[in-house]
Write a protein that binds this ligand. Structure first.
Ligand code: PAP
Length: 361
């Protein structure tokens, strides 16, 4: 039995909130959670029969599911989420296309919600100092694809934090129509998103060309594509229901991270108290989750896989923790794309967003 340590972390006077997002940490390391049984509802039956009928982009290992391009290995997870995910009041879903700031948003939301038990400054045992943000906030598609969705999610105390790359259109109504579930969305200039995706993918696909991703992005068939549909789904939802969908942009977060932490805390129903404002707690959250801070932590320099027993076996794979921290800036696309490539992608996006009220430029 792994020890649960972090839930009993030091109480703080900074927030009177009752222990938000208690965190089950690695304890004795006996790894019992690694051998969890899969859910009875493990969606393996979809794996071959249904998936093989879906349109594919074999070069990128993608399938087109309900109009959205997703990794083939995620499809059973998405189906299981749509069929069986039972949200609880207070659930917070962090949504994003890949490589748009998910790791950062996970860290910020976790640090903000957990600050009652884990002060963002002066707590040497803070989970974010010891495990990668992806091990603090589970990724739904992969968890459910592994048949562990209900088991792991049910075991999490409320309020739960979870993440997805699913399009808004694909989310189950039980989330979308639930006034007690909140969604925080983050997107990013598609040029930087593609460069980030390319650099990340090349770790296991050295043959992959940036032009391959560009082609796919322009015709809508890149991972989580069509990008415009992904963004507009959440953009429109945030306009219709700003109290349940918060729309963030990576570039704006870089420009003014503290204001965005404050915005996030308010949206999550956990605004900083006057005493916290006085003590600069939003700044502490921002510092703890900054690119420089997280990138330089031992766990993110040398670690890999899942440091959380409840997620063990789900996040282990080809990508070491350091692969989630590359440049952490806006505009790196200019170092990798030709002006022509950039113009083409910009033009496609401009055309697709025309009249929507949203624009990346
Ligand atoms: P994921 O979809 O695999 O989870 P995600 O975290 O969304 O990846 O995106 C990774 C990008 O966020 C990387 O961008 P880059 O390749 O252009 O550098 C990564 O560096 C950046 N990133 C990770 N953590 C932070 C952070 N704390 N602050 C700012 N950017 C960050």
């Amino acid at each position: 039995m792994a020890n649960v340590t972090a839930c009993t972390g030091p109480a703080t006077v900074l927030s009177g909130l009752p222990a938000p997002v208690p965190f089950k940490d690695v304890g004795g390391g006996d790894g019992d959670a690694g051998q969890q049984d899969a859910d009875a509802s493990a969606p393996e039956e979809y794996a071959s029969a249904v998936i093989s009928d879906l349109p594919s982009n074999p070069k990128l290992f993608l399938r087109r599911y309900q109009g959205t391009w997703v990794l083939e290995s995620w499809v059973p997870g998405i189906v299981a989420i749509q069929r069986g995910f039972a949200p609880r009041g207070g659930d917070v879903i962090l949504a994003s296309p890949p490589k748009c700031g998910t790791t950062w948003l996970k860290a910020l939301a976790f640090a903000t919600m957990a600050r009652g038990v884990h002060p963002p400054a002066g707590d040497p045992g803070h989970p974010l100092l010891r495990v990668n943000p992806h091990d603090c906030v589970p990724f739904m598609e992969k968890l459910f694809a592994a048949g562990l969705g209900s088991k792991v999610m049910d075991a999490l105390p409320s309020p739960r934090l979870m993440a997805t790359h699913m399009h808004h259109s694909v989310l189950p109504a039980s989330i979308k129509k639930n006034p007690d579930c909140k969604i925080v969305y983050i997107c990013r200039d598609p040029k930087d998103m593609l460069v980030s995706m390319w650099q990340f993918s090349r770790r296991i696909r050295p043959d992959l060309e940036l032009s391959d991703l560009l082609e796919a992005a322009c015709d809508g068939s890149c991972l989580s594509g069509p990008i415009w549909d992904h963004v507009l789904g959440y953009w429109n939802a945030s306009k219709v229901s700003p109290e349940t969908v918060l729309f963030l942009r990576y570039e704006e977060m870089l420009q003014d991270p503290v204001s965005n932490v404050v915005k996030l805390s308010r949206f999550l129903g956990r605004p900083f108290s006057p005493a916290e404002e006085e003590a600069g707690v939003a700044m502490d959250v921002m510092r703890l989750c900054s690119f420089e801070k997280l990138k330089d932590l031992e766990v993110n320099k040398a670690g890999s896989g899942s440091g959380s027993p409840s997620l063990r076996g789900v996040r282990e794979g080809a990508f070491v923790n350091s692969s989630y921290f590359r440049r952490g800036e806006a505009g790196d696309w200019a170092n990798h794309m030709t002006p022509e490539m950039a113009r083409r992608l910009d033009a496609v996006m401009e055309e697709r967003f025309c009249g929507s009220g949203f624009s990346f430029s």
